[in-house]
Ligand binder design. Structure first.
Ligand SMILES: NC(=O)c1nn(CC2CCNCC2)c2c1CCc1cnc(N=C3C=CCC=C3)nc1-2
Length: 320
């Protein structure tokens, strides 16, 4: 497991001839004080970590090596690191600062989002008004556009994975089940075609299905996720922000899947017309016919949104 993507710190030292040198220093477990647990996954735990030198707080994701090997999750672990290393510079995506390891674990040092989950805030107030839905929908879409431009399909977008930072701006997380397409910004990798790795990748890609309520129909019928699958989930999230519940929810997963593939959902009275038009153009069974990101950004529901940097400099609207 090469820490090739790790960013490193530097330490100023004086060499034997009295010359100042800067030694590249890799962070390690000893550089952090660990605090409360933020979340538990099937083979990872995320804890609060404070850098002893800078006192900056991070979310440190700790993965158990033995468990990863036993559960054959090495591919997922590397996909998550490679994905995070591709998405470094977007304000709406949890940033990876360092990676390191010790004898038992792997460590990812990530942005901490102190505001917790968007889902938690939604549950607290029941549902968002149009202005808040427009703002948070715009930030989520801006982050999705960044991912897709770098060949990353999240595949498990849902309000639990949309976190809030201390200024109530979003940070999307949990890329362990992302699908990585060839990086459009990198020259064509000339690594020789390796049929073994390709079909391992395609089995991994095919084997994964997201969270029932947000899974797109194409993932249920032909097992193939595409970028438009993230936009299906986006449509479910917009609906849920305005109503407090996802559009497809039944007694069990199988019944939920049946509702999805038969497009069995309805809008409650009072659902804003512009939002209804947007959701209806996203919750389309054929992924090719779903609105593209460009068309969503120009949709009347997002009238007034200043896309790009300005969005992230705005003061987040008070949630009501
Ligand atoms: N799986 C992860 O990568 C991950 N998991 N969490 C905590 C989860 C809790 C359940 N819902 C999804 C997130 C995190 C991360 C990334 C990095 C990350 C950064 N900040 C927080 N912050 C939290 C603050 C309060 C409660 C929960 C999370 N959490 C995480």
């Amino acid at each position: 497991w090469k820490d090739k993507g790790a960013a490193v710190g530097v330490r100023e030292e004086i060499d034997a001839n009295g010359k100042v040198i800067y030694r590249q220093v890799k962070k390690g477990v000893r550089d952090f004080v660990f605090g409360r647990t933020l979340g538990e996954g099937s083979y990872s735990t995320v804890v609060l970590g404070t850098d002893r030198q800078t006192l900056k707080e991070y979310a440190v994701k700790i993965l158990d090596k033995k468990h990863i090997i036993k559960e054959k999750k090495i591919k997922y672990v590397n996909i998550e690191k490679d994905t995070l290393n591709r998405l470094i510079e977007h304000p709406g995506i949890v940033r990876l600062y360092y990676t390191f390891q010790d004898s038992s674990s792997l460590y990812y040092v990530l942005d901490v989002a102190s505001g917790g989950e968007l889902l938690g805030v939604l549950k607290k107030i029941g549902s968002f008004d149009e202005e808040c839905t427009r703002f948070y929908g715009a930030e989520i879409l801006d982050a999705i556009e960044h991912m897709h431009n770098r060949g990353v399909i999240h595949r498990d977008l849902k309000p639990e994975n949309v976190l809030l930072d201390d200024k109530m701006h979003i940070k999307i997380t949990d890329f362990g089940t992302a699908k990585l397409l060839p990086d459009p910004r990198k020259p064509k990798e000339t690594t020789p075609y390796d049929p073994a790795s390709q079909d391992e990748e395609s089995t991994r890609a095919r084997s994964f299905v997201g969270t029932a309520e947000y899974v797109s129909p194409e993932l249920l019928t032909d097992k193939n996720a595409c970028k438009a699958s993230d936009l299906w989930a986006f449509g479910c999230i917009i609906y849920q922000l305005l109503t407090g519940r996802p559009p497809f929810k039944a007694g069990n997963e199988y019944q939920t899947f049946q509702k999805i593939v038969s497009l069995d959902y309805e809008f409650p009275p009072g659902f804003p017309p512009a939002a209804r038009d947007l959701v209806e153009r996203l919750l389309v069974l054929d992924p090719q016919r779903r609105l593209s990101i460009e068309h969503i950004k120009n949709h009347e529901f997002f009238d007034g949104i200043q896309w790009g940097r300005g969005l992230w400099k705005m003061k987040a609207p008070r949630l009501k």
